[in-house]
Design a protein around this ligand. Structure first.
Ligand SMILES: [Cu+2]
Length: 160
């Protein structure tokens, strides 16, 4: 009789653990499991006074098993923000819109100097070394991801 009183709560706890584990495994194995984008090393170079454009770099990683697509970029420090790809057309470097930008399931995309980058056009203020500002990545799923961007020196080649 006494044994039964002790074992009931234990049995309950075991059942609950099994249930929680089941839910966890189910959510991980369900096709279409989406996870927010992981954004690391978001940075920009300082801009000279009066400059109208700036660039933002970051590493994007999609840990989910569905593609994630960035459809819009917003920031308070510029009139417009866009993701660009730098292309070499007969020795001339040109920039083309790279939006919407899709990051495949389990894939990463790096925005880096001279490559794919985020362009800020119509800067409302200079980007000052040591400061930071935010950009918002709007995904096709409707999610909006706020990213803090650290400003490095004008000659910076990687994240400060
Ligand atoms: Cu550009």
């Amino acid at each position: 009789m006494l044994k039964r009183w002790f074992s009931l709560p234990l049995l309950g706890a075991l059942l609950l653990s099994a249930l929680l584990l089941g839910v966890l495994l189910f959510s991980l194995s369900v096709p279409g499991f989406s996870a927010p984008l992981e954004v690391t090393s978001a940075w920009a170079r300082a801009t000279p006074p009066g400059a109208r454009v700036g660039a933002v770099y970051m590493d994007l990683f999609n840990p989910g098993n569905v593609n994630q697509t960035i459809v819009q970029v917003e920031t308070a420090v510029a009139r417009t923000a866009q993701i660009h790809r730098t292309i070499n057309a007969n020795g001339m470097l040109k920039m083309r819109s790279a939006m919407p930008l899709t990051i495949g399931a389990g894939q990463g995309v790096s925005l880096a100097p001279a490559e794919t980058h985020m362009m800020l056009m119509g800067l409302s203020q200079p980007l000052v070394a040591g400061s930071s500002f935010n950009v918002t990545l709007v995904l096709q799923s409707g999610e909006a991801l706020s990213v803090e961007v650290s400003v490095g020196t004008p000659g910076q080649m990687g994240a400060p």
